[in-house]
Design a protein around this ligand. Structure first.
Ligand SMILES: *Cc1c(COP(=O)(O)O)cnc(C)c1O
Length: 431
């Protein structure tokens, strides 16, 4: 599907964007190009590929035709200019920041992030000399206050993991732009079906495609989408993009590639030198998953709403944090940013704290006790004893993962069955 066809609706692009019947065989579904390398026509062709003068395939660490279909599809669904597929959501976060950061630079990030992201930013990225400042996103002003001349990006999840929290992204985007830096949004929990952050000022969108995009809990992956509208040449803040690159004979990405500079840098520098490439099989599974994204997300949201309402009325439950509930302080932000529903990942508190939380996850039978979200299957976890256990107690509570918190990722089963399973498990906490 070529760019002129991008006026097709979301569901149509979910199925067709980036893909076409295979020109040599007619295969209708995207083939898994399970190859590491690609034959050159001749030495001149090889040279022009290596010099980035011709688009084409050299080696699958940089580009692969199956991964390219996924990249074009997600870019289309997010309303972006281009995308870089990679091995996981964490790889996407690394690749997203890599073109922006130098040692000593800073990012300002929401405190309400996936626990693994907080660890990645606060510990591992520190070893590159990248410093993260975490702020409470409930007041957008906190982002502005934390921005310094060394800040190179603002990072947030509109709909935040572990759940129920929505960030008012529009004013934060404006603050980032006033400071001359891009807003990077992790849109994993919403998926582009429920929210398209570029429409609210987001510049770079990342996904763990492992979750709702692939949708079946069977393929790891990540993607970085660039809106193509952020000016990386302003104020000389991003020399990796706007100054000559010695590794490509002094080529300047912004000058040579214009609004594709960030995406081409993602492949030609990020994937080439850091190496977290997506496997073609995982790209294939994710492309297949995306074909049903809208249908699945509608059902995820319907089921989540039913389960959240059921839990809110349950005597063993002290609170439910789901933005689809009128009791949520994020209910009005949900209507603005996620009008089709605030996803299917949310948290609730069990009366009886840590011990009761452990009891619930150990008592469910239909729900799976595991560390993932965005599967067809309903999933449950007790963050304080698992995903968020590396964080300090203060960080746990700040991230919405205190001792009594149970996180759900509501799947596509019959909603009555999910509620019955939770009811039986919750009954065991009060005995
Ligand atoms: C899972 C997740 C990640 C990390 O993705 P992986 O594919 O597991 O590396 C990042 N952000 C959010 C919101 C996630 O849910």
């Amino acid at each position: 599907m070529t760019e002129k066809n991008f006026s097709y609706g979301f569901e149509t692009r979910s199925i067709h964007a980036g893909a076409a019947p295979d020109p040599s065989t007619g295969a209708r579904s995207t083939p898994i190009y399970q190859t590491t390398a690609y034959v050159f026509d001749d030495v001149d062709h090889a040279a022009s590929l290596f010099n980035l003068q011709t688009f084409g395939y050299i080696y699958s660490r940089l580009t692969n035709p199956t991964v390219a279909v996924l990249e074009e599809r997600v870019a289309s669904l997010e309303g972006g200019r281009g995308a870089t597929g990679c091995a996981s959501g964490h790889a996407a976060q690394l690749l997203a920041l890599f073109p922006l950061m130098q040692p000593g630079d800073e990012i300002v990030a929401s405190k309400k992030l996936y626990g693994g992201s907080i660890t990645q930013f606060s510990r591992t990225f520190k070893k590159f000399g990248w410093n993260a400042h975490f702020v409470d996103p409930d007041d957008p002003e906190n982002f502005r206050k934390a921005i310094t001349p060394k800040t190179k990006a603002v990072f947030l999840e509109v709909l935040a993991n572990p759940g129920g929290v929505i960030v008012d992204v529009e004013p934060v985007a404006k603050m980032a732009h006033d400071a001359g830096v891009p807003l990077v949004v992790d849109n994993t929990l919403a998926s582009p079906y429920l929210c398209r952050p570029i429409e609210w000022g987001g510049d770079i969108i990342i996904h763990s495609t492992t979750k709702f995009l692939s949708g079946h809990g069977n393929a790891m992956g990540g993607v970085v989408v660039d809106s193509g509208t952020f000016d990386f040449t302003k104020k000389g803040k991003f020399p990796s993009l706007s100054e000559p690159e010695p590794a490509y004979h002094g080529l300047t990405f912004t000058e040579t590639f214009g609004d594709l500079a960030y995406t081409i840098h993602g492949h030609a520098m990020g994937l080439r030198d850091l190496g977290p490439t997506m496997a073609p099989l995982n790209a294939f599974l994710t492309i297949t998953g995306i074909e049903t994204l809208g249908l699945r997300m509608d059902r995820h949201v319907q089921n989540a709403q039913k389960v959240a309402e059921f839990l809110e009325g349950h005597p063993a439950v002290s609170w439910v944090s789901y933005a689809g509930l009128k009791s949520s302080k994020y209910h009005s932000l949900a209507k603005k940013y996620l009008p089709k529903g605030p996803g299917s990942v949310f948290t609730f508190g069990v009366k009886g704290g840590y011990a009761a939380g452990v009891k619930v996850v150990e008592s469910v039978e239909l729900l799976s006790h595991l560390a993932n979200i965005g599967d067809t299957r309903s999933l449950i976890i007790h963050p304080a004893s698992t995903t968020h256990r590396q964080l300090s107690p203060e960080q746990q509570t700040a991230a919405g993962a205190g001792p009594d918190v149970v996180r759900l990722s509501i799947g596509l089963e019959n909603a009555e069955d999910i509620m019955r399973d939770l009811d039986v498990a919750l009954g065991k906490t009060v005995k």
